[in-house]
Design a protein around this ligand. Structure first.
Ligand SMILES: *Cc1c(COP(=O)(O)O)cnc(C)c1O
Length: 479
C-alpha cells in the first residue's frame, strides 16, 4: 500500500508548522473578511476524491488557493465580532500530540493518563479562578471538574443533572405521581439576555424554561427570580433549574449571582453559572468580585477556548455533586466495564457523547508554557485595549457607549436612531477592513467591538477606530 510514512510525515509536518507560524505572524496583512460568494469552493477542486494519492506538496499548495480565500481570520487584530476564540502555539502543539495518541478516553482504563490529567488540570484551573473548594476534586469531597466540548453542552448536562435531582426528591415526597406528570410540572429560569443555547437546553431536555425580564441594567436580580418562582409554585409547577449568566453575549452584563444563589438555595433549585467568556478574567483576583456568590451554585462553566489561549474545544465545567449526572446517564454495558470503576471518574457518565479526545494536554501545555502570571497579563492587556477603544469612542461626541465596559467588550453606537447604526455596521463589514457584529437590547441597536486577536496592540485599535470614524463620516455626510 502506498501511504504516508514517518519520513514524509516529518517533511510535511515541518512545512506545515512553518506555514502555520507564517500565517499567524502575518495575519494583519490579510483582509479579515473574505470576498468570496457562496459556492466559491466547489469549482476549485475536483468533483470526486482522487483514485491515486496526491502529493503532499500539492495539498499544501492548495491551502492558499482553495482554503484561504474563504477564511474569516478570527485571529486578526481586525476581528472584533462575537467573542474571541483562543489560539496559542502551546495549544496547537498539544493538539498534535493528542492527534498522535488518538485515544478515546471514555473510561479510566481506556487511557488512564487522559482521565487523570483532566482531573488534575481541572483542579489547577479551578484554583487559578479561585473557585470554592467544594468544586475541586483535590478537596476530597464529591466535587470535581470535566472538560465539555462547549458551554452549550455544559448547560444541557447541568439541566439534566438538575432534572434527575428534582425527580428523585419529588418522587420520594409524592410516590403517587408518575414520571411524566412530574416532568410536565418542572420549570427552569434564565434571563432574556442569556445565550440562545440555554433556551435550546430547555427544548432538548424536554422541560419548560422561563425567560425572565431583566432590571434596568439588563440583569436578573434575586427579586425578579423570587417573584417568578412564587408565581409558578402557586400555579402548581415545580421550579428545578436556574441559569445565571456572568458576562452575557450581547453586552457582557452580569446577573446578580449572589442574590439569585440565595433564592435557589432556599428553594432547593439547581443553580448553574454560565461564564463562558467572562470566566477567564477570574484568574485575575481583581475581577473575582464579578462572581460573588459562586459558592451558592451547583455547577459552574467557562470556556478556556474563548479567552484563555487554549484552542477550541475546551469548555471547563465544575460540579459540586456529579453523582446526579453519573446516576442519570449511567448505562453500563459489559464492554465498557472495568475493574477500577469508582476509583477515578469515568467521564463518559459526565457528558452526552461516549467518545472524548485527550483535551487536558492543551490545558497542561498552555498553563506550563505561559505560567499564571503571563495569562493574567494577557487578560489585563486585552481589557486595557477595550478601555482604550472606549476612550476613543468617548472622544467623539457623535457616539455613545451603551454598556459599562468591564472586560474586553465595548458596546457603542451613534447617538439617535437605529438606522444610521445599521448602515454603519453594513458598510464596515462591506469594506472588510474590520469585522463587527451588532446586537439589540430592547429597541436599542448597537455595535459590539470585542478584543479578540492575541497579538492585538494599541496601534491596531487605532486602525479599528479610524475605520469606524471614517465610515461614520461617510454615513453621516450622505444624509
Ligand atoms: C459564547 C457563549 C456561549 C456558547 O459557547 P459554546 O462553547 O460555543 O457553546 C454560551 N454562553 C455565553 C454567555 C457565551 O458568551
Amino acid at each position: 500500500m502506498d501511504e504516508m510514512e514517518a519520513n514524509q510525515f516529518k517533511d510535511f509536518g515541518k512545512e506545515m508548522i512553518d506555514y502555520v507560524a507564517g500565517y499567524l505572524e502575518n495575519i494583519r496583512e490579510r483582509r479579515v473578511l473574505p470576498t468570496v460568494e457562496p459556492g466559491y469552493l466547489r469549482p476549485l477542486i475536483p468533483d470526486s476524491a482522487p483514485l491515486k494519492p496526491d502529493k503532499w506538496e500539492d495539498v499544501l499548495k492548495d491551502v492558499e488557493r482553495v482554503i484561504m480565500p474563504g477564511v474569516t481570520h478570527w485571529h486578526s487584530p481586525r476581528f472584533h465580532a462575537y467573542y474571541p476564540t483562543a489560539n496559542s502555539y502551546p495549544a496547537i502543539v498539544a493538539d498534535i500530540l493528542s492527534g498522535a495518541i488518538a485515544c478515546i478516553g471514555f473510561t479510566w482504563i481506556a487511557s488512564p493518563a487522559c482521565t487523570e490529567l483532566e482531573v488534575v488540570m481541572m483542579d489547577w484551573l479551578g484554583k487559578m479562578l479561585g473557585l470554592p473548594e467544594a468544586f475541586l476534586a483535590c478537596s476530597g469531597g464529591k466535587g470535581g471538574g470535566v472538560i465539555q466540548g462547549t458551554a452549550s453542552e455544559a448547560t444541557l448536562v447541568a439541566l439534566l443533572g438538575a432534572k434527575a435531582r428534582t425527580m428523585d426528591r419529588v418522587k420520594k415526597d409524592h410516590p403517587e405521581m408518575s414520571d411524566a406528570e412530574i416532568v410536565g410540572k418542572l420549570v427552569g429560569y434564565t434571563s432574556c439576555q442569556s445565550h440562545s443555547s440555554v433556551e435550546r437546553a430547555g427544548l432538548l431536555g424536554g422541560v419548560q424554561l422561563r425567560s425572565l425580564q431583566t432590571d434596568a441594567s439588563n440583569r436578573v436580580t434575586g427579586e425578579i427570580l423570587e417573584k417568578a418562582i412564587k408565581e409558578d409554585i402557586e400555579a402548581g409547577l415545580i421550579p428545578f433549574y436556574v441559569v445565571a449568566t456572568l458576562g452575557t453575549t450581547s453586552s457582557c452584563t452580569f446577573d446578580k449571582l449572589d442574590e439569585m444563589g440565595t433564592v435557589c438555595n432556599e428553594n432547593n433549585i439547581w443553580l448553574h453559572v454560565d461564564a463562558a467568556y467572562a470566566g477567564s478574567s477570574f484568574i485575575c483576583p481583581e475581577y473575582r468580585y464579578l462572581m460573588k456568590g459562586i459558592e451558592k451554585a451547583d455547577s459552574f462553566n467557562f470556556n478556556p477556548h474563548k479567552w484563555l489561549l487554549i484552542n477550541f474545544d475546551c469548555s471547563a465545567m465544575w460540579l459540586k455533586d456529579p453523582s446526579w449526572l453519573v446516576n442519570a446517564f449511567n448505562v453500563d454495558p459489559l464492554y465498557l466495564k472495568h475493574d477500577q470503576q469508582g476509583s477515578a471518574p469515568d467521564y463518559r457518565h459526565w457528558q452526552i457523547p461516549l467518545g472524548r479526545r485527550f483535551r487536558a494536554l492543551k490545558i497542561w501545555f498552555v498553563l506550563r508554557l505561559y505560567g499564571i502570571e503571563n495569562l493574567q497579563a494577557f487578560i489585563r492587556k486585552q481589557i486595557g485595549l477595550a478601555h482604550y477603544f472606549e476612550s476613543l469612542v468617548r472622544s467623539d461626541d457623535r457616539f455613545e457607549i451603551t454598556e459599562e465596559v468591564i472586560l474586553g467588550l465595548v458596546c457603542f453606537r451613534l447617538k439617535g436612531a437605529n438606522e444610521p447604526n445599521e448602515a454603519l455596521l453594513r458598510r464596515l463589514n462591506g469594506r472588510g477592513v474590520i469585522h463587527l457584529v451588532p446586537s439589540k437590547i430592547g429597541d436599542t441597536y448597537f455595535l459590539r467591538l470585542a478584543i479578540c486577536g492575541r497579538v492585538t496592540e494599541n496601534s491596531d485599535i487605532d486602525i479599528s477606530w479610524k475605520e469606524v470614524k471614517n465610515t461614520a463620516d461617510e454615513i453621516l455626510s450622505k444624509k
